[in-house]
Design a protein around this ligand. Structure first.
Ligand SMILES: Nc1ncnc2c1ncn2[C@@H]1O[C@H](COP(=O)(O)OP(=O)(O)O)[C@@H](O)[C@H]1O
Ligand SMILES: [Mg+2]
Length: 336
């Protein structure tokens, strides 16, 4: 019997639906349930074949627990190691290099630092910041938003330098980016599952967040060319970042889909918010993905320790024999 665990926050309908769908299809051979954990022991046995993680970005204990489970061979959707390392600014720069249209974006030094940091600690920082130069590059309107954030928190639309300073002065320790605002003609939010299936959802960000009014049903919302490009961009982004589940938001202007938000490894999938069609689509697509991963065998991402665990004697040589690496250890991507 294979076990699939779901790790959740406040959401209700997505966990219920996915557990039901997996159990129905699994016929007792594959069982899905809510993950239950307490104190995690160093030698804890493997408890799940797959875990769908919806909340570890808010609960560091869960993130650490998931890394431990990955070491035991549990496949985590999404990869907790990369999710920990990831940030939106890196993603914008990477996607830009991969040919996805990205609005001009600048990473800003923080407004505040932890108490132990004094001006002496910050001698590497230019002072004053070249605000005029930054604004000239990005233009107005612009969006000031965290380099790692979500849920529309601390995102503000900026029309001039005074407004920028006003908002920046309230950003505290958050690391912020300033991004060219796209005065879009169309806007879509896309689920991308398994780096292959894409659902393009027409979306109206002017409606209140999570209100259930944002997802609008419009047939043939995008031209066939745009539809194909958005699909391709979604897959490129998720392939590059390695996410099995993500949403990608595009603000579309003059036929160009600008990707403005695509670090959403636990995207909203609640019935009341995304609507029945989109909810059912994501539940089906995620159920298919779980069974695909279980059937095809799970290729865990390779870490430096992977080869050492499978061939401990070879991969952990004494210092003087360190040159004689096994081919497997080399393949693990060592760069030393
Ligand atoms: N560059 C941009 N151009 C146009 N609208 C934007 C841009 N960046 C953010 N927005 C608007 O602000 C909303 C929230 O910003 P987003 O980057 O998606 O942050 P979050 O991760 O919190 O959802 C977006 O859904 C969009 O409506
Ligand atoms: Mg967003």
């Amino acid at each position: 019997m294979k076990k699939v665990g779901i790790l959740v926050g406040r959401e209700v309908t997505f966990p219920e639906s996915i557990i039901k769908a997996i159990n129905e299809r699994g016929q007792g051979e594959v069982v899905a349930e809510m993950v239950k954990v307490g104190g995690i022991r160093m030698d804890q046995d493997k408890a799940y074949d797959i875990i769908i993680d919806r909340i570890s970005h808010e609960v560091p204990y869960y993130r650490a627990m998931l890394k431990r489970m990955a070491l035991e061979g549990t496949y985590i959707i999404n990869n907790p190691f990369w999710w920990s390392a990831d940030d939106k600014f890196f993603n914008f720069c990477l996607a830009d290099k991969l040919g996805v249209a990205i609005p001009k974006t600048v990473l800003l030094p923080q407004e505040k630092y932890i108490d132990a940091i004094s001006s002496e600690s910050l001698r590497n920082l230019e002072f004053p910041i070249d605000w005029e130069g930054i604004c000239e590059y990005v233009g107005f309107p612009a969006f000031l938003k965290p380099h790692d954030g979500g849920g529309w928190r601390n995102v503000s639309k900026i029309w001039n330098l005074q407004e920028l300073w006003h908002e920046y002065n309230q950003s505290g320790r958050l690391c912020m980016t300033l991004q060219q605002g796209i005065e879009y003609d169309q806007f879509v939010r896309c689920y991308c599952v398994g780096k292959e299936k894409v659902l393009i959802m027409p979306y109206d960000p002017s409606k209140p967040y999570l209100s259930g009014m944002q997802y609008v049903n419009v047939d043939d919302y995008l031209s066939p060319e745009l539809h194909a490009r958005v699909e391709r961009d979604c897959i490129t982004i998720c392939e590059a970042l390695g996410y099995d589940l993500n949403t990608i938001e595009f603000a579309i202007k003059d036929g160009v889909p600008y990707a403005i938000d695509f670090m959403n490894p636990a995207p909203d999938a609640e019935l009341a918010s995304v609507g029945e069609y989109n909810h059912n689509w994501i539940v089906d697509a995620m159920t298919d993905l779980v069974f695909k991963r279980l059937e095809e065998g799970i290729a865990a991402p390779e870490y430096r320790w992977s080869a050492m665990l499978s061939a401990p004697a070879k991969a952990a040589p004494k210092a003087k024999t360190a040159k004689a690496k096994s081919p497997k250890a080399k393949k693990a991507g060592n760069n030393d």
